[in-house]
Structure formats: C-alpha cells, structure tokens
Design a protein around this ligand. Structure first.
Ligand SMILES: *[C@@H]1O[C@H](CO)[C@@H](O)[C@H](O)[C@H]1NC(C)=O
Ligand SMILES: *[C@@H]1O[C@H](CO)[C@@H](O)[C@H](O)[C@H]1NC(C)=O
Ligand SMILES: *[C@@H]1O[C@H](CO)[C@@H](O)[C@H](O)[C@H]1NC(C)=O
Length: 519
C-alpha cells in the first residue's frame, strides 16, 4: 500500500513537470516532433462518413447540413435498400467501392483499435462500419442475390442535385445466379467478415450475423463466377472490375479465414494462389479494384509456426507483397511507383490520393509487423528498417495534411488552407436544412455548380483526389480528378492517423521529460 502511494506521488511530480514543460516548450518548436494534429485528422475522417450517409439520418447525426435522402431506394423492385453510403460527390450507391470502404475501415480498427480508442474515436469508427454493414445485410436478400447498386452514374451525372432533392433514377441492380458478380460478392464477403471481427466482443450476435452473410456471399461468388460489370453493365463507366474477380475471391476467403480460423478458407487461398494470380501478380497499386497487394501483405503476416507446412506458398505471397512495398519505397531495380517532385506517391491523375492512402496503410501495417518480429524488409536496392518504412508512410500523411508545395491540406476542413470547391453535389449547394426549396436537376448546374464561390458546406474530413504529378492543385469544382473525394480515401487513413497520434503523444512526453532533465 505504502509503496503504491509513493509511486503515485512520484508519478504526480512527473505529471506536474510535464505540464509545466508543455507550457514552456510548445510542441511546434520541438525539433523532430510533427506539427500535425493527427487526432483531429482522425476525428474528421470519420465525420466525413456521416456526410456520405444515405437513408434516414439518426438524431445524433453530427454533420447537420445533411438530411434524410434515398428513402424509397429499392421500392421499385420491392426491396428495402434504404441506407448505405454515397461513394463520392454524386448520389449513386455503388456496391463495390462501398464494400471496399468497409473492409478497409474494419481492417484499420482490427489493426489499430487500441490507438483509435486512445484517441477517443472507437465508437465513431464502429458506427461508421455498422452504417455500411447494416446496409449490406439488407442488400443480401437471398443466399444468391446481392443488390449491388442503387441509381446509376449516367442519369445521376446528368443532374447536379442535393441527395435530399434527388429526382434521378433510383433503379436498383442486383447480381444473382444467372447474372453473377464474384467481385462484388467477394468484396462484400470480405467487408462483412472483417466487420464481424470488429464486433466479435462488443456485439457477438451482430458479429455472428455478419459472418453468416459473409460465408453465403463468398459461396455465391465462388460458385457462380463472373465479373459484376458484365451483369450490371451500367457500372462500367464508373467502377468497372478491371482486375476481374479472382483477387476478390482470394481476398474474401482470406478475411473469412481471419474471422473463422477455419482451414477450409486458408486452403482456398493456398490452393488457388497460382491460378488466381495471388502469387503471380506483382502489382504496384492497391485499390477498390485491385486487391492483390493487400491480400499478399496479410498472407505474409500469418504466423509462421502455425503454417509451416505451407511455407513454400506463403513465401511466394510474401515476395509479391514485399515487391509492392519496395516499389512504394523506390527500392526495386525495375518497377517503382513514381513520385511527384515533392515526394508524393503518384500512380495516376484521377483520384491519386486513394493510392497514397492505401500505400501509407500497408506500409504502416507491415512496418509494425517487421518491428514486432525484429526484421527488416529486403528489396533489390538494399534492406529497409521498419523505422524507415514508418518515416516514409508518415511523409505521405504529412504531405496530405499540408507539408507540400501548395501548403494546403488535402483533407478538407483540416488546417487553415484546404480545398474550397470540392466536387460534391450536397456540399456545393445550400444546405437543405437552411433552404428546403426544391432544386432541380439542371438548376443545380446553373445556380450552384457554375459558381466560383467556395462551397456553402464544408465536407469535413473528405480526402480529395489531390495534386497532379508536379504537385499542382487546381481548386475548381469542375476539376473532378483533383477535387472530388471518395469514402475509401479517408477511411483507409483512420488507423494510420491513430497510430501517428499515439507516437506523437509518446514522443512529446519523452521529449519534454528529456528537456526537463537537461535544463
Ligand atoms: C533483433 O535482431 C538483431 C540483429 O539481427 C539482433 O542483434 C537482436 O538480438 C534481435 N533482437 C531480438 C529481441 O530478437
Ligand atoms: C539491382 O541492381 C543492383 C545495381 O545494379 C545490383 O547490384 C543488384 O544485384 C540488383 N538486384 C537484383 C535483385 O536484381
Ligand atoms: C506509447 O505509450 C503507451 C503507454 O505508455 C505504450 O503502451 C505504447 O506501447 C507506446 N507506444 C509506442 C509506439 O511507443
């Protein structure tokens, strides 16, 4: 008892010293400590998901410029498809990127749950996942039927309307036995399996339900093979399945293995490794379409002892996964990911930030894994220590938050300078809450889209497409390649922000104590 008290007393002294030091040595002047507030970035990224909500908004909705929308989604087909998320600046509910968004956010929570919780954002993260998975449950109306889209890009893009006013087609599209969609089924299975891990402890019943759907969806996707954009052709101009469905089937099976520990799913990943491209594709992007790198990284991290007998295949997965990371780090002899002059990873001009987000995430996750196993990453051009991997991931995040030639944050609503004319229907038109008068399809273009003024609503936490290959950014509403944001851009960084927040906290604590000691 006495001892405990003394310890407490000792801690109190440090705490007081720490607080004094915090006042005397403000963070910004501390050398080597980032000036960015990652906790704020994290909170805002999750807030963005509320701005993208479709359906009936709850009373505790924090993004108050939005209101109910899409309340008759599915009615035409006799299904309840109310809810879910709009993917970006339009009002279509696209199943494939929505599922990828939920998979990535769930992975972030699985990997960095403690850090997210320390930052006080755990409940918001789970709420954002559940808004998606609740919708997937509704959309999966039969073991072999998945409603994969509501609305369509063609009629939607013809109009510029708030979601609250939509007069565009809300036709719903499905995949089924005759019109297969193994990619969207596989990704939705992955999302629900990953989310089932997230909810396992706090909501076991819900977790079970998600797993049940995930298993059925995976079986459906595997048994009735085909690309969803052949069944739902109207999606081709927006979210075509360029990489096909084999990556999603492997990815779905892997997440089911993680959720169930059932070897049936692991065997699927091992047995199809070659034929499905899991160990043959070395790819330098990870996105809503192409899952190979994420798949390879997760397989690489499976505990070796337990899977010794599969070492041969696991090693091949690892070599491809590490190839991706080495490409991001510019350490391959042949293929590397381009960078802008200021050092931002650059894959392509349209929504480049999505690739930066996924790279920062995979680098963080794998860097942590190497750290925990006391290893380095071996690339053609030498070995890379985990701390270098983390430093590079951080450099990408810091670029996003303002450390760039335009001195702008590409995360909307963060910092003092950020994009003002985000290509986003709801944000660019007066809030429905302020002005309920109906705004028609082309009226929105004439009166709001064309305006040069900043958007009336700040879509806080949206990560826009970002600058071109010369670090230049043109903040115009019509410049959708750069000023449109997508749900999967922001949520992929949630875990990374949380991790950086904790590091910052620890570093500043240690740094301040060092300052006290040396002063
Ligand atoms: C980590 O690796 C280094 C160099 O390979 C070795 O010296 C060290 O003992 C290892 N540490 C642990 C905890 O295994
Ligand atoms: C990569 O290039 C360097 C320098 O040309 C060479 O020494 C090295 O062997 C190459 N590594 C591989 C794996 O090709
Ligand atoms: C930060 O500090 C916490 C609490 O002291 C500790 O548990 C954690 O491991 C530290 N994290 C890092 C990355 O140093």
């Amino acid at each position: 008892m006495e001892e405990k008290k003394q310890k407490q007393h000792f801690l109190n002294i440090w705490l007081v010293l720490y607080m004094v030091a915090a006042a005397v040595f403000p963070l910004k002047q501390c050398h080597g400590i980032s000036e960015f507030n990652y906790r704020e970035a994290l909170s805002k990224s999750l807030l963005y998901m509320e701005a993208q909500r479709s359906g009936r908004l709850p009373y505790h909705q924090r993004v108050t410029w939005r209101h109910h929308s899409g309340l008759t989604d599915g009615l035409e087909q006799g299904v309840d498809l109310v809810g879910g998320y709009y993917d970006a600046g339009d009002n279509v509910k696209f199943g494939l990127p929505m599922a990828f968004t939920i998979t990535m956010l769930s992975w972030g929570v699985i990997q960095y749950g403690q850090e997210i919780s320390d930052a006080g954002e755990y409940d918001h993260a789970l709420e954002a996942i559940k808004w998606g998975t609740d919708y997937f449950i509704k959309a999966h109306t039969h073991p072999n039927v998945l409603w994969a889209q509501v609305g369509d890009g063609d009629t939607d893009h013809y109009c510029w309307q708030r979601p609250e006013d939509m007069t565009t087609s809300r036709h719903a599209y499905k995949v089924d036995e005759r019109n297969p969609g193994s990619d969207v089924a596989g990704e939705t299975a992955a999302a629900m399996a990953a989310a089932s891990i997230v909810f396992r402890r706090l909501n076991p019943h819900y977790s079970h339900l998600l797993l049940h759907h995930a298993k059925q969806l995976f079986e459906f996707g595997d048994k009735y093979r085909g690309k969803y954009d052949s069944s739902i052709e109207i999606v081709k101009g927006y979210y075509p399945s360029v990489s096909g469905y084999m990556d999603e089937l492997l990815w779905g099976a892997l997440w089911l293995y993680k959720a169930t520990d059932n070897h049936h799913y692991l065997n699927y990943v091992l047995e199809n490794a070659h034929d499905f491209g899991g160990i043959t594709w070395a790819i330098t992007e990870f996105s809503w379409d192409v899952k190979y790198a994420g798949l390879q990284i997760i397989v690489s991290m499976l505990m070796e002892e337990k899977h010794k007998e599969h070492k041969h295949i696991l090693d091949q997965y690892r070599s491809k996964g590490e190839y991706y990371l080495c490409a991001c780090l510019n350490k391959n002899n042949k293929t590397n990911v381009d960078r802008t002059p200021a050092g931002l990873l650059y894959v392509r001009q349209w929504n480049n930030m999505q690739y930066v987000s996924t790279a920062a995430f995979l680098l963080s996750v794998y860097g942590d894994y190497l750290d925990s196993t006391n290893r380095t990453l071996r690339c053609d051009r030498g070995t890379v220590a985990p701390r270098e991997i983390h430093a590079f991931a951080k450099s990408q995040v810091d670029y996003i938050l303002g450390s760039n030639p335009m001195a702008t944050s590409y995360l909307v609503g963060y910092g003092t300078k950020f994009p003002q004319r985000v290509h986003h229907r709801g944000a660019s038109i007066v809030s429905y809450k302020e002005s309920k008068g109906f705004i028609g399809c082309t009226q929105g273009y004439d009166n709001w889209y064309q305006r040069l003024d900043p958007n009336p609503n700040v879509v806080v936490g949206a990560l826009v497409g970002g600058p071109d290959n010369k670090d230049q950014f043109n903040d115009q509403r019509s410049n959708f390649m750069q000023t449109e944001a997508c749900t999967y851009n922001s949520v992929t960084l949630v875990g990374v922000f949380a991790k950086l927040h904790r590091l910052n906290n620890n570093d500043s604590m240690i740094h301040r104590i060092t300052l006290i000691a040396s002063s």
